[in-house]
Write a protein that binds this ligand. Structure first.
Ligand code: FBP
Length: 552
């Protein structure tokens, strides 16, 4: 394989573990804390998870754990979207598993959860793993979005594990994958299969968190990658002084990524979907808000700026939410008639005529391209794929229209020229930052300790993350503790509660206190490229979000 100079030297990086995990593996023992409950709906979660509800939190401390040396085979699955550091989770599991017993074997199921259903795997050995240590991507075994959710699938998993004498599975995934890990753990216990299941918190979106999961892995690297690019664009904007840049940022529903990037780069505008929903802001009021900032900056002679837009925004704007739901119902009902019409303006007219009067008004003020995007491919559940809607272009175009109206009224005299961008995939497979490299390796190493302690239905938890790695704490939390009941596809389901941006939390509060100044003045900060070698205060820093959350 041809490798870059950086890749070559990253192979030699030794990820940092919390002090407790640096002890000999037989001298680390679990200490059980108090029994836990659920996020809410405790009685219903308890009834659905009789074997895994209410388990205690676990912390690792010095002690004796001779059981850990028992021979074990472990299977690992990468689930969902890529997040930097997945390879290091696998490295951590591997190193702990071999430290416990050289005879242990690690099975990597290929292509995500479908790998176990199809018994498609590869044995991960030292030589194969060496080419992936400290690198981004999930290409070591691949990932996928198949969900493990039916009993039939669970039985296949059990059989595949039994065929390979696999004692435990580690599922590396986001909220949905870990919800399914909890259901699988419960199923294996109920059926007496004797296979343990441990989860690891992954997703660049940062929406899988609580006091025991302070951050999901990949968020640090992805936001630093985007922030570097945003900072570069800000400097370009401030040099040429002629463009407004509208930058859409990945992150699905939650706006954690947009908020973190705003804290790192101090742009002129950053929309937070959770605030838009709480304040019931309409699309027009969002456009007015941005146009006002553009006009005020123009008064100071600054016909340039940078606006950050979370990719899920459109779902949080009240009237667009109604529009999307009416279109979904309409297309489900009138699918045949709709499909007979050729793409384009006739389809738009067909839909506009059938919406309620109020909603038709919302639809018709949207630019034609966006109208078309709202009508294109549904996902398997019949929903619009909101991340494919070009909100950056929508807002840039609507702001331009608003400004030309203001010009006619004489309330705006500046010049407006916009550029649009979407940052998403470029952040998901970057070389993990030192933080993600260390955190992921620790999560993986710790996951094996949970297995070696006989636990199942737990999520690997490494905390105190704003401190240096040696002060991190290691342990596990029962996944049921993070669950509540939600309606999914018309049915009540136990799921891990998605963590959205908290408007009374310190990161948002800090942003809200500063945003007016950042809007009018030019206060950009330039984070620069991720640094892998050099002083710890540059290379090992984690996110501003985490630092603010952990200030007392
Ligand atoms: P996960 O929740 O699986 O970690 O995926 C995160 C994500 O990158 C979202 O931010 C984004 O909306 C989505 O995946 C894109 O999915 P796909 O890779 O299927 O296009």
């Amino acid at each position: 394989m041809d490798i870059s100079p950086l890749q070559r030297v990253r192979y030699a990086y030794q990820p940092k573990l919390p002090a407790i995990l640096r002890e000999s593996i037989t001298k680390v023992a679990p200490q059980k804390g108090e029994a836990t409950s659920a996020q809410s709906d405790a009685d219903r979660i308890k009834a659905l998870f009789p074997n895994t509800y209410g388990l205690p939190r676990v912390s690792f401390l010095s002690g004796v754990n001779t059981d850990i040396s028992k021979k074990r085979n472990v299977g690992v699955i990468l689930s969902g979207g890529q997040a930097p550091g997945g390879h290091n989770v696998i490295s951590g599991i591997f190193d702990a598993l071999k430290a416990a017993n050289r005879e242990n074997t690690l099975y990597g199921f290929k292509g995500g959860p479908s790998g176990i259903l199809e018994d498609s795997y590869r044995i991960i050995d030292e030589e194969y793993l060496a080419a992936f240590r400290n690198t981004g991507g999930f290409d070591i075994i691949g990932s996928g979005r198949t969900k493990l959710e039916t009993e039939e699938q669970f039985e296949v998993c059990a059989q595949v594990c039994k065929n390979h004498e696999i004692d435990a599975l580690v599922i590396i995934g986001g909220d949905d994958s870990n919800t399914n890990a909890a259901v699988l753990a419960e199923y294996f216990l109920a059926k007496g299969h004797g296979i343990q299941v441990i989860g690891c918190p992954k997703t660049i979106d940062g929406d899988l968190k609580n006091e025991s999961i302070e951050i999901s892995f990949g968020f640090d690297t992805a936001t630093k990658t985007y922030s570097e690019l945003i900072g570069n664009i800000e400097r370009d904007a401030n040099s040429a002084k002629k463009y407004w840049h509208f930058i859409k940022l990945m992150g699905r529903s939650a706006s954690h990524i947009a908020l973190e990037c705003a804290l790192e780069t101090q742009p002129n505008v950053c929309l937070i979907s959770e605030e838009v929903e709480a304040k019931e802001q309409s699309l027009v009021s969002i456009v007015d808000y941005i146009a006002k900032i553009v006009a005020e900056r123009a008064e100071d002679g600054n016909n340039f700026g940078v606006a950050l837009i979370p990719e899920g925004l459109i779902e949080f704007i009240p009237e667009i939410k109604v529009l999307i739901s009416q279109i979904n119902n309409l297309l489900a009902k009138e699918e045949k008639a709709f499909n007979k019409i050729a793409d384009g303006s006739e389809r738009i007219a067909f839909v506009a005529e059938r919406l309620s009067k109020e909603t038709a008004k919302v639809f018709t003020i949207l630019p034609e391209e966006i109208q078309k995007q709202l009508l294109m491919d549904r996902d398997p559940h019949g929903n619009v794929q909101v991340s494919r809607i070009e909100t950056d272009k929508l807002l840039a175009q609507m702001v331009e229209e608003k400004l030309s109206g203001m010009k006619k009224e004489g309330t705006y005299t500046g010049k407006f020229s916009s550029m649009t961008h979407f940052f998403g995939y470029e952040g998901r497979c970057a070389f993990p930052t030192n933080f993600d490299a260390d955190y992921c390796y620790s999560l993986g190493y710790n996951a094996f300790l949970l297995i070696g302690s006989g636990l199942s239905g737990y999520l690997s938890s490494v905390t105190n993350l704003a401190a240096p790695a040696e002060e991190w704490k290691a342990g596990g939390i029962p996944i049921t503790m993070m669950m509540n009941m939600e309606v999914r596809h018309g049915e009540d389901k136990p799921v891990i509660k998605k963590a959205l941006v908290e408007l009374d939390g310190k990161p948002f509060q800090y942003f809200a206190e500063h945003r007016d100044k950042w809007a009018r003045e030019t206060c950009y900060t330039y984070p620069g490229a991720v640094q892998y070698f050099g002083p710890a205060e540059v290379c090992d820093l984690t996110t501003v979000t985490l630092a603010l959350e952990q200030t007392r």
